[in-house]
Ligand binder design. Structure first.
Ligand code: NOJ
Length: 441
């Protein structure tokens, strides 16, 4: 068997370094008939949006197979499981609790706790109830207040079953991909939408944090942001690249840590700017207990007279989803964020790779993914050596699942899912991960 190698004495080999696996509700649950419709149901039903024309009706049948999946998680020896709650499963349209939906999660949380697996719960991983989108979704400021009510409902129902809450997963994706370039649900396109949606999501984060801090003070409460580090193609492209970084990365972090948007906001036309009310940035910028960071790849940029910056196509080596494998960016990112902001403890809440896996004789020998993880563990180790306080790491993903606009064509799991039979098979990467976790001292 292969094995991950880390320098002896590495923080990653310490017993109290948390290891986990991550998933998200829409990507694995299925059983869409037992919840309200969400924006991803609508988006999947729109021709041409999902590469294989699939949807989340069945997915990994997790709602039906959750017991088996908890055993699978346990068999990997992880300390923690990061899952998300489907808002349209736990709350009726009139705001009252959906007891059946809540009960599903309560049983799941109880089973995890019984096995000493810490539940890291994300409240919003993109599945906005469709009835809220019908009222404008994240372009409507009211949605932030609906999120606050949803947070209250969840916190009250779950009691002391949760170890950590993240308000949002990757606001960049919901705001920019969903409301500016339209490749994610709800598929709105226009520069007049992206910043507005982002602001309402960040406001919702702040309103959610108020609830978490007052009504769930014993959980670790924070947010999960994704970063795609930006590299200039040449010296002449540095200013444009810094703009790109502010636009796609710092836009979502700076309000949280500095209670301000990046300076590029000043040069934006009014119609592009968010609608910021007095007091909003104080709500957004409340202290958080942890920052979750999702990292996959980097991008290179050149200056562009018309659009300020232009993204270059990713260079090899690429994963199966076409993202460059560039582990140095993982170290660079963490060191840079640590310099820019006064960071709380950091958790890597997602990292992993889509690879063209083959199930052969009951095995998946995903050496390419093993190599990806190996290189990223070293990159993470190097960042920690340079002073970044990283407390844990979650592999994305526990198992292959619905990869949004790519449907089921891209596999990110450390466990293989054979969709016709729903059989789960731990891949070589999963076995290596298990070995690493059990080797800690
Ligand atoms: C980020 C998202 O949080 C997750 O849902 C997605 O599957 C992975 N990245 C891979 O794209």
């Amino acid at each position: 068997m292969n094995q991950f190698e880390l320098p002896s004495g590495s923080r990653l080999l310490e017993k109290n370094f948390t290891y986990g696996v991550a998933t998200a509700s829409f990507q694995i649950e299925g059983s869409a008939d037992t919840r309200l419709p969400c924006i991803w149901d609508t988006f999947c039903a729109t021709p041409g949006k999902i590469a294989d024309n699939s949807n989340g009706f069945v997915a990994c049948e997790h709602v039906k197979r959750w017991k088996e999946d908890v055993e699978l998680i346990e068999s990997l020896g992880v300390d923690a499981y990061r899952l998300s709650i489907s808002w349209p499963r736990v709350m009726h349209q009139d705001g009252t609790p959906n007891e059946e939906g809540l009960n599903f999660y309560i049983q799941l949380l109880d089973a995890l706790n019984a096995k000493n697996i810490k539940p890291y719960v994300t409240l919003y991983h993109w599945d906005l109830p469709q009835y809220l989108e019908d009222e404008g979704g994240w372009l409507n400021r009211e949605t932030a207040y609906r999120f606050q009510e949803y947070t209250k409902l969840v916190v009250k129902a779950f009691g002391d079953r949760v170890y950590s809450y993240a308000t949002f997963n990757e606001p960049f994706c919901s705001a920019f991909l969903g409301y500016e370039v339209g490749i994610h649900a709800p598929g709105k396109i226009g520069k007049e939408y992206g910043r507005k949606a982002a602001h309402h999501i960040l406001l919702a984060h702040g309103l959610g944090m108020q609830v978490l801090n007052s009504e769930s003070p014993n959980t670790q409460n924070g947010i999960v942001l994704n970063f795609t580090p930006c590299y200039a193609n040449s010296k002449a492209d540095e200013a444009a690249t810094a703009y790109a970084d502010d636009y796609i990365n710092q836009w979502y972090a700076k309000p949280i840590f500095d209670k301000a948007y990046p300076d590029i906001i000043d040069s934006m036309p009014e119609w592009q700017k968010p609608d910021i009310h007095e007091g909003d940035l104080a709500i957004i910028g409340q202290p958080i207990d942890f920052l979750g960071i999702n990292f996959y790849t980097r991008l290179k940029y050149v200056a562009d007279e018309q659009n300020i910056y232009r993204e270059l196509p990713p260079q090899e080596p690429l994963t199966d989803i076409g993202w460059e494998i560039y582990p140095q960016a993982f170290t660079d990112l963490l060191v840079d964020l640590n310099k820019r902001y006064d960071l709380p403890p950091v958790f890597i809440t997602e990292n992993g790779a889509a690879m063209a896996d083959k199930l052969e004789n009951g095995r998946v020998n995903d050496i390419d993914r093993v190599n990806y993880y190996q290189a990223h563990f070293i990159a993470l180790h190097n960042a920690i050596e340079q002073g970044v306080n990283v407390a844990g790491y979650f592999a994305w993903s526990l198992m292959d699942n619905f990869e949004w606009a790519e449907g089921y064509l891209k596999r990110f799991g450390i466990v293989y899912v054979d969709y016709p039979t729903q059989t789960r098979t731990i891949k070589e990467s999963g076995l290596c991960y298990k070995q690493l976790i059990s080797s800690r001292k």
